[in-house]
Design a protein around this ligand. Structure first.
Ligand SMILES: N[C@@H](CCC(=O)N[C@@H](CS)C(=O)NCC(=O)O)C(=O)O
Length: 229
């Protein structure tokens, strides 16, 4: 059995990090935001999720789920977007995305899990249902956003003064806010003004400008995915 340390001590050389993803994947945007924030050079490989079959690379690197994002470092895969953010954060120096304080770290991880389960769950139900079910999902989604807004409080970022882990985890979902309004009548700017200001603050960052697609493009491709007229 290999005893090679699983966490590299130094920043990887350019070209040894690859991120496999699809441009409009909110989970994958987390990985790419973290890589940009940590200034890790990486190669980007696009996996077109509109094609039914996953590529041989994705099936080999993530046989459990055949899903993206996948970070490949020195030929070895790291799967799961939050896992990737933590992996990128850990060995590579620079400002840490995860809070140093264990309680704050636990809090950030908890709310990132909330985004995965509750926000993504309600969002998916809203886009895949009609009528009363869709209205219920939209109301639920708004409730989750209000909770996140309360969690943000009057801070600039979820971790305080600095852009950090929970910002990375949640920000990609802001690219769906336009779609929330168009499809579900959820007006985030009117209902959650502090959250809207947080989005604007984050969107000014270089990493966000590089990674986040427009709301219009996101809604267009999700309509295609979900067969919305
Ligand atoms: N929990 C995973 C979710 C990743 C995921 O579900 N990826 C989807 C896209 S949203 C995927 O690659 N699906 C494969 C497919 O559509 O064939 C993460 O955080 O990375």
């Amino acid at each position: 059995m290999s005893t090679t340390a699983s966490v590299p001590a130094e920043a990887p050389a350019a070209g040894s990090v690859t991120c496999v993803d699809f441009w409009c994947n909110e989970f994958g945007m987390r990985a790419r935001l973290a890589l940009r924030e940590k200034r890790v050079p990486f190669e980007y490989v696009e996996e077109d999720l509109r094609v039914r079959e996953r590529s041989a690379l994705v099936r080999r690197m993530n046989p459990a789920h055949a899903a993206v994002p996948i970070l490949i470092h020195a030929g070895r895969p790291v799967c799961g977007s939050l896992n990737i953010v933590e992996y990128v954060d850990e060995p590579l120096g620079g400002r840490r995305l995860l809070p140093a304080d264990p309680l704050e770290r636990a809090r950030a991880r908890f709310w990132a899990g909330f985004v995965d389960r509750e926000v993504y769950g309600a969002q998916t139900r809203m886009f895949t249902s009609r009528g009363e079910e869709k209205a219920n999902a939209a109301a639920e989604l708004l409730g989750h956003l209000r909770r996140l807004e309360a969690e943000l409080g009057d801070r600039d970022f979820f971790g305080g003064d600095e852009f950090g882990f929970l910002d990375v985890a949640f920000l990609p979902f802001s690219t769906m806010f336009y779609g929330y309004g168009q499809h579900g009548g959820v007006d985030v700017e009117a209902e959650c003004p502090a959250l809207a200001r947080w989005v604007a603050r984050c969107a000014a960052r270089e990493s966000a400008r590089d990674v986040l697609p427009s709301g219009v493009d996101m809604y267009a491709i999700h309509k295609e995915f979900y067969g919305i007229e």
